[in-house]
Design a binder for this molecule. Structure first.
Ligand code: HEC
Length: 163
């Protein structure tokens, strides 16, 4: 009798519990087209990292670009961290391009390098930063070669109007 009561209670509970709803898709915002995501997020972030190393040569002379203040080091590290996070955006449905497995692999490739870039900046390891800087460039280009061959090639100015 007691056993029957328990079973009845379980059956009653089961019939009352609401059916699990499929999870709502996250409201990802993909209003900014991918070329602008590159121009306004990915490229400036990578530039902030790349800008923290090397030498600039201008008419005013040579200048070592290594960060000298904590604020400058932070800007360089911010760049590397932003690249890592920006790769997540590339893998949002709406930005992904087919074949998606290749697209995601390239995005992950950039994230892995940018994470190492961030760690090198944290250690203020200029030698590692220079090496990783080159690797980052190659990781970006790997995706461009497959998904946007036009920009992966050296830039050639379009022919002007003929007349
Ligand atoms: C998963 C693929 C992928 C990765 C990774 C990627 N890009 Fe891109 N990028 C693209 C695509 C696709 C375009 C061309 C967009 C289009 O079709 O208009 C592009 C375009 C660009 C452009 C040209 C934007 C314009 O004004 O038209 C720049 C600059 C750029 N990417 C920089 C970078 C940098 C820097 C990185 C690495 C830190 C990077 N991209 C990583 C896919 C990628």
């Amino acid at each position: 009798m007691r056993r029957f009561g328990t079973l009845a209670a379980v059956a009653l509970l089961a019939s009352c519990s609401p059916k699990p709803k499929p999870p709502e898709p996250a409201p990802f915002n993909t209003a900014i087209p991918i070329n602008e995501v590159m121009a306004h997020v990915m490229d400036p972030a990578a530039d902030a990292f790349w800008g923290g190393m090397g030498t600039s040569y201008t008419v005013a002379g040579e200048r070592d670009l290594s960060p000298t203040t904590e604020a400058e080091w932070k800007r360089v590290e911010d760049g590397a961290a932003t690249v890592v996070l920006a790769t997540n955006s590339l893998m949002v449905p709406g930005y992904q391009r087919a074949p998606i497995a290749d697209w995601n692999r390239h995005a992950k490739g950039v994230a892995d390098v940018a994470l190492r870039a961030k760690a090198a900046v944290e250690k203020k390891d200029m030698v590692a930063m220079m090496e990783i800087g080159d690797e980052l460039d190659r990781a970006c280009e790997a995706c461009h070669k497959q998904f946007s061959p036009a920009i992966a090639k050296p830039y050639v100015a379009p022919a002007g109007p003929t007349k």
